[in-house]
Design a protein around this ligand. Structure first.
Ligand SMILES: *Cc1c(COP(=O)(O)O)cnc(C)c1O
Length: 360
């Protein structure tokens, strides 16, 4: 294949071409250092500068207030399913979990090992096709934290509001919609995201934590799962994922050039409204997510016929639209249209959908 494809993968997913090209041009000799970022000591001055600048860019783009620390960790977003209760649940504690999809469900199950989990909402009654309203949330006043996942990658739903939980700190998995719209970080206790959807290559997990939430970990918390360890050592207790941090920095440069998170939101609205309009106006296709709960990042749809779905996936792949097959839990198709997906890619996909709709 000579050309880059439109890759609609749910993750790892597309990165901006400018970031990849920049990395390519610096891959054997990073800015006169005589070595690749992959070969550098994480304790070197040159890497420390990459690290600090990446932190500053993210802080600037997300307007992270004082009193919050940005951590660059490993073990994926899934590692946070354990790390959060280990650090926040406290002895004999309880927490509220809104189960609106696969990953929130796994997180709730994991947390139940360390304390009492109250299910604040469970949308499995309609196959996770919607987001509960504020009024539907069953909140416990003595919960140590309220946990939710802002964008459900597999089902294609997204919270359009920030839950109001009073004094109970909000903890949010933003793996698949971070940096796609403005977020008021001051409303949260913890925001975290696996980088491979919207930020960087796989191997980096970004955690934004209100510092006073750390230091209350359960006594058996592993050293590497303790936020305090990582806050005190500025994410460098051990070797951090250096290459991913560097790539994140290059991606953030691109986001800044596009007008920051407001620019990303404009692009996201353009892409997703085009795609949803095309699907809504088709004869064959139906969206999985209910209106009002639809994700700007993961668009889930189907024809209702497994054979036609398979035909669509095969023909779209042959036409250069890659990874449109839906997750096995939902079936059908899923187009993941993260920050780096060019608007042109969605335009062409919409044309393909219209053509397929006409011919079948
Ligand atoms: C992909 C994803 C995860 C799991 O991420 P890993 O880094 O593979 O552990 C968790 N939550 C959400 C919302 C995701 O999209």
């Amino acid at each position: 294949m000579n050309e880059r494809v439109y890759n609609f993968s749910a993750g790892p997913s597309m990165l901006p071409l400018s970031a990849l090209e920049r990395a390519g041009s610096e891959i054997t000799n990073y800015r006169g250092s005589g070595m690749s970022v992959m070969e550098m000591s994480h304790r070197s001055k040159v890497f420390q500068q990459i690290f600090d600048e990446t932190q500053e860019k993210l802080r600037r783009l997300m307007k992270v207030p004082d009193g919050y620390k940005i951590l660059f960790l490993q073990t994926g977003a899934s590692g946070q399913f354990s790390m959060i209760p280990l650090n926040l649940m406290g002895p004999n504690g309880s927490a509220d979990y809104a189960v609106t999809g696969n990953f929130a469900g796994i997180a709730a199950k994991e947390a139940a090992k360390y304390g009492t989990v109250n299910i604040a909402a469970d949308t499995s009654d309609r196959d996770h096709s919607y987001i509960p309203t504020q009024e539907q949330l069953k909140l416990s006043p003595d919960a140590r934290y309220f946990y939710y996942c802002s964008n459900n990658t597999i089902y294609g739903t997204e919270w359009q509001y920030v839950p109001e939980t009073g004094k109970v700190p909000l903890v949010c998995d933003m793996s698949s919609d971070i940096l796609s719209r403005p977020v008021d970080v001051s409303k949260y206790g913890i925001i975290y995201a696996g980088a491979q959807k919207n930020m960087a290559p796989a191997g980096l997990t970004v955690v934004i934590i209100k510092e006073d939430l750390a230091g209350h970990e359960l006594p058996y918390t592993p050293l590497m799962m303790n936020y305090k360890t990582m806050i005190d050592k500025d994410s460098m207790y051990n070797t951090p994922p250096c290459w991913c941090i560097y790539m994140l920095g290059l991606n953030l440069d691109w986001i800044e050039e596009q007008g920051g998170v407001e620019g990303m939101q404009k692009l996201s609205q353009l892409r997703s409204s085009m795609l949803y309009d095309t699907l809504d106006n088709s004869r064959l296709f139906h969206c999985h997510a209910e209106k009002g709960s639809r994700s700007g990042m993961n668009v889930t749809f189907r024809t209702g016929s497994d054979e036609l779905d398979a035909k669509f996936v095969a023909e779209s792949t042959a036409a250069g639209f890659i990874n449109l097959k839906g997750h096995r839990k939902v079936g059908g198709m899923r187009a993941s249209i993260y920050n780096a997906m060019p608007v042109e890619g969605v335009e062409k996909l919409c044309d393909f959908i219209k053509e397929f709709d006409k011919n079948n």
